[in-house]
Design a protein. Structure first.
Length: 276
């Protein structure tokens, strides 16, 4: 019995190791090749660099205006996710607690909107940004992200609120608390696990998204990290070492974020899954 369990553990560990290596292989190759010259990279992608050319990163930081692009990306992700959480948490709670046909209908509309592919609304969305005069605006783009992500967040909050006892809310209402007081002082603190899950997934979505900023932002001073990386691609030739360096630099903040908040991230995802 013990031998069978040992063999099973070895097989599982081996499979997970292979899966991890397969997943990380592109990132490892990008990191290795970012220290090469363009000649070394084009001659043999799989070889190790003969010398660590750190000047690739120095050149890339200057070319893509890294600090400015990083600030734009952080601002965009922060505003988008903050609005998404506040609006969707309020809506999910109210739709769950209000038992009426209108509430069910509105919740159904939010669920239905998740099924609509982004490609089908891309052109109308661009027309709306022009009509509302929010093109080339990071704040305006954050509203677009909040609007696109709020449906899934409402769906998750709605399911989570179903598992919360309503007794505390009824007691607070009897004591004279308003709906906003009940939400922010009683309900929202109980939503921390699912809020962590929604926050993490949407920060990663906004951080790694390329298409929507490409549609809305044309001012290079407001470029996100991925848009700035895209400027390194030339029409007839590309500086591949700079591009790989830029991709590594764009991934570093996410890696640091995960390393610092790893326990909170895993706890939020697991608690949210169990509670929801």
């Amino acid at each position: 019995m013990k031998n069978k369990r040992l063999v099973s553990n070895i097989l599982v560990f081996g499979f997970l190791t292979l899966a991890a290596l397969f997943t990380l292989f592109p990132l490892i190759m990008a990191l290795v090749n970012s220290f090469k010259t363009n000649g070394e990279l084009l001659s043999n992608v799989m070889s190790l660099p003969t010398e660590l050319h750190t000047e690739n990163y120095t050149r890339t930081l200057d070319k893509m205006h890294y600090l400015r692009s990083l600030g734009n990306t952080v601002l965009l992700a922060g505003l988008s996710v903050t609005m998404m959480i506040v609006f969707s948490a309020l809506a999910g709670w109210k739709l769950c607690r209000t038992k009426s046909r209108l509430s069910s209908f509105l919740f159904g509309l939010f669920v239905f909107s998740m099924l609509i592919p982004f490609s089908s609304i891309m052109i109308p969305l661009y027309k709306v940004t022009l009509a509302l005069n929010i093109k080339n605006s990071l704040v305006g783009l954050s509203f677009v992200y909040a609007g696109l992500g709020v449906s899934m967040a409402i769906f998750l909050y709605h399911g989570f609120v179903k598992g919360l006892p309503v007794d505390l809310e009824e007691s607070a209402a009897i004591d004279g608390c308003s709906n906003l007081q009940i939400f922010f002082h009683i309900v929202f603190p109980q939503l921390k696990p699912i809020t962590a899950t929604i926050c993490i997934t949407n920060v990663l979505w906004v951080w790694n998204d390329f298409l929507l900023p490409l549609i809305v932002i044309s001012d290079n001073k407001k470029y996100t990290l991925l848009l700035s990386t895209n400027t390194l691609f030339g029409q007839y030739s590309s500086d591949w070492t700079a591009i790989l360096s830029a991709l590594i630099l764009a991934a570093i903040p996410v890696v640091i974020f995960y390393a610092l908040f790893q326990k909170q991230i895993l706890k939020g995802i697991s608690d949210g899954a169990v509670k929801g």
